[in-house]
Design a protein around this ligand. Structure first.
Ligand code: SF4
Length: 379
């Protein structure tokens, strides 16, 4: 697999969703300054990918809400990208979008740029649930946005759905998934709601206004979701990601496969196998760092044990699992033996399977992957 990933973090939203802890601000006054700084960072940081003109295989505009950018913003960013990187063989260029931004005019604007994948934050197709998490769109607007993208020429459309939402019932979750499956989508990411400290939902939880869904209910949702999506022809290629054959997210897969990526923007992370970098999640610190030439970021030098732990944690989430031959090649026979001997309890309990030199989650282990993984990591 040749080429790296490029992630561009757009730290603006029109309003904050109640569950969200991604770095973004609900004010657009600094948008032009941030776009200019992103272009400068894109131009300066190619060296992180160990080449003068690195080959980029995937580009992902995430956020925040990248669908708040306009044509001049995209022109500036794509010019900076093509000046510095080789994108001739770039396979996937994704824009994360909010349904309320996806008007026919905006979709036509996007078609002027090389995007070939749209990832839409739908979250639920139940108006009451959408309101409780402060999404700006209704269920029918979200469905219309997907159809407009398809009609506007996008064939690769992903949506995000959540379970464990406040107010969600078994019936409403099933209805959301059934309606989603009537749409022309090629990819579905679905995560349980995470009650992030500092979010509005977490505050309401602490005040006793809302209640967390039980683990049993979340597990039921997860397995039902697997069943419904698989009957509709979707393949689970990672614990929370499902696609029609051939439509796996190449960009996200590169995170799970250890491919190098450069992340630009406030709060973005980068990884190149030797170090991991974290841009500070602050627009002011970001702008100041870019203009002074002293970027506001932290760097972690990765040692062999950290790389082994990352390898095990990310690979175990994927459907093919951990290749023991690759593990041995990268980290030596002692780490391979360590991994296999620590996997014994989960193998004996039917949570993991070991076949064709691969260690992978069995169905029983899917919902408790984190706990299983904690046995395998190096401490
Ligand atoms: S979920 Fe997305 S749209 Fe909502 S606040 Fe977070 S980044 Fe913004």
């Amino acid at each position: 697999m040749n080429g790296s990933g490029l992630y561009i973090h757009v730290p603006f939203c029109r309003s904050k969703c109640y569950y969200c802890d991604f770095y973004s601000v609900a004010a657009l006054s600094k948008k032009a300054a941030v776009v200019e700084a992103l272009a400068l960072e894109i131009g300066r940081e190619a060296v992180f990918l160990n080449s003068e003109k690195p080959q980029v295989r995937t580009i992902y505009f995430g956020g925040g809400t990248p669908s708040l950018l306009d044509a001049s913003d995209f022109s500036r960013l794509f010019d900076a990208i093509s000046d510095t990187y080789n994108i001739v063989a770039c396979e996937e260029i994704t824009l994360e979008a909010n349904p309320d931004d996806l008007t026919p005019e905006y979709i036509q604007l996007l078609r002027q740029f090389p995007f070939n994948r749209i990832s839409i934050g739908v979250q639920s197709l139940n108006d009451k649930e959408l309101k409780l998490i402060n999404r700006r769109h209704t269920a029918s607007e979200a469905m219309e946005a997907v159809r407009l993208c398809k009609a506007g020429g996008f064939d690769n459309i992903s949506i995000d759905l959540m379970y464990g939402l406040p107010g969600q019932t078994p019936e409403s979750f099933e209805q959301t998934v059934c309606q989603a499956l009537t749409l022309p989508v090629t990819h579905i990411s679905s995560y349980a709601l995470s009650w992030e400290e500092g979010s509005v939902l977490f505050h309401k939880l602490k005040k006793g206004v809302l209640k967390e869904a039980s683990d049993e209910w979340l597990e039921t949702c997860y397995f039902r979701l697997n069943r419904w999506l698989q009957s509709a022809g979707f393949i689970r290629y990672e614990l929370s990601n499902f696609s029609l054959p051939g439509y796996e997210s190449r960009h996200n897969s590169s995170y799970w496969n250890g491919t190098a990526y450069l992340g630009v923007g406030p709060g973005a992370h980068s990884y190149n196998g030797v170090e991991r970098r974290y841009n500070e999640p602050s627009i002011d610190a970001y702008l100041e760092g870019i203009h002074s030439g002293n970027p506001a970021r932290k760097t972690e030098i990765l040692d062999d044990n950290t790389n082994y732990n990352d390898f095990v944690m990310t690979r175990l989430r994927t459907t093919p699992g951990i290749s023991m031959a690759e593990l041995e090649h990268l980290f030596g026979v002692s780490k391979k033996n360590y991994c296999l001997s620590n996997a014994k309890r989960s193998l004996d309990n039917g949570l993991l399977v070991y076949e064709n030199d691969r260690l992978k989650l069995d169905d029983k282990g899917l919902f408790i992957a984190d706990a299983i993984c904690s046995d395998l990591i190096w401490v």
